[in-house]
Design a protein around this ligand. Structure first.
Ligand code: AQP
Length: 344
């Protein structure tokens, strides 16, 4: 199989509380990339079980993420939407990458340190090796680009390290089997725009996250219009007027976050939002932001509800996507096995 020149892969975990950060940092960008790339979007259920999951909730959350992709505008016929566990190549390639990646590389991963916390001895082995599974997700499709939030930057760098080491370790065999000089690409992360790291609405120094115990910290994609408006009204602010320059904005975490959210929803830049709101009070920005958020998120929320009322249809979309993803994955696994020297 020849190396694709413009294939996008990205995934979202079905771990509940899908939020505005997931939407602006990832899902919204999935939609625009469809115009220029062949896109594969995955509900990464194997990643989700690196921490304990209730089986029923896992299934519901898997449908919710798939529905969010579709409701936001991903076309599952022209592109691929599927759930990771249904394509066994992810786990197979992850094992191979566990043997390529070095302990030292994984020991440096900050997400493991944050998620395992003080109780590292009790964290699952899967949580530790999460980044090799992520490398496998991407490289199984030899994806050239991965749209993600800023928190995934380090994992993307590790993916490139794994790709380079595999290409180097098996270089001779890769050339002998006529795959050129490199089998896996140097995948490019796409971490761009004003919303690569949306912060908590209650604390501008913390990332907006699914697991934050405070529901007021995030806008969920399932929140109705009143809830969205209430959460923005209650978002942490300070008593000063909004800054007028980008330089001043950098030192004002809460203002920076709300201006970034506004810019991403309005598809403009923070500079432009400052031209409109710089020097004004938070009490002017917040109602305008609430209106904009409701305008942009309500259609997605309504469409997600409609899709979730017909879970059989969502399951059929996932099955169809899995079947098409599997065809690509099996080809890669076969070629990788040949490169490594596994007899078939
Ligand atoms: N706050 C964020 N701002 C911008 N992008 C974000 N992403 C996550 N949080 C933000 C991006 O969303 C995509 C899917 O993320 P994930 O499902 O892999 O989950 P996650 O990063 O574990 O999500 P959370 O909310 O951060 O969960 P917890 O609470 O477990 O820490 C990714 O592209 C991610 O970058």
């Amino acid at each position: 199989m020849s190396q694709p020149s413009n294939r996008v892969f990205s995934g979202v975990q079905p771990t509940g509380n899908l939020h505005l950060g997931n939407y602006l940092g990832a899902i919204k960008r999935f939609v625009s990339l469809q115009e220029s790339h062949e896109c594969i979007y995955c509900v990464v259920d194997l990643h989700a079980i690196t921490v304990a999951q209730d089986p029923q909730e896992l299934a519901t959350n898997t449908r919710e993420v798939a529905s969010a992709f579709i409701a936001a505008g991903v076309n599952p016929k022209e592109h691929i939407i599927f759930n990771q566990s249904q394509v066994s190549g992810h786990a197979e390639l992850a094992w191979i990458f566990n043997c390529v990646a070095r302990m030292g590389w994984l020991n440096r991963m900050t997400q493991f340190k944050e998620k395992a916390g003080k109780n590292r001895e009790n964290a699952s082995v899967g949580l530790f090796s999460y980044p090799t599974l992520m490398a496998s997700d991407i490289l199984l499709y030899r994806a050239t680009h991965v749209p993600v939030g800023d928190d995934q930057k380090q994992h993307l760098e590790l993916t490139r390290d794994i790709s380079a080491k595999f290409n180097n370790d098996f270089g001779e065999q890769i050339r002998n089997l006529q795959h050129g000089d490199a089998y896996f690409p140097m995948t490019e992360p796409l971490i761009e725009g004003p919303a690569t790291r949306i912060m908590s609405l209650r604390d501008g120094s913390k990332k907006m996250s699914k697991s934050d115990p405070s529901d007021l910290s995030r806008i969920n994609l399932t929140d109705d219009a009143d809830t969205i408006a209430k959460k923005i009204r209650k978002a942490k602010s300070d008593s000063d007027a909004l800054p007028e320059t980008m330089e001043d904005l950098k030192t004002r975490a809460e203002a920076n976050n709300l201006i970034g959210i506004y810019a991403a929803l309005a598809e403009t830049t923070k500079e432009d939002v400052l031209k409109e709101f710089g020097g004004k009070e938070f009490s002017v920005l917040k109602p305008a932001l609430a209106d904009l958020a409701v305008e942009k998120l309500s259609p997605i929320n309504n469409e997600m509800k409609r899709l979730l009322d017909a879970p059989g249809d969502v399951d059929a979309i996932l099955r169809d996507g899995s079947d098409r993803a599997r065809v690509i994955a099996e080809e890669t696994i076969k070629e990788v096995k040949d490169i490594i020297g596994f007899i078939s």
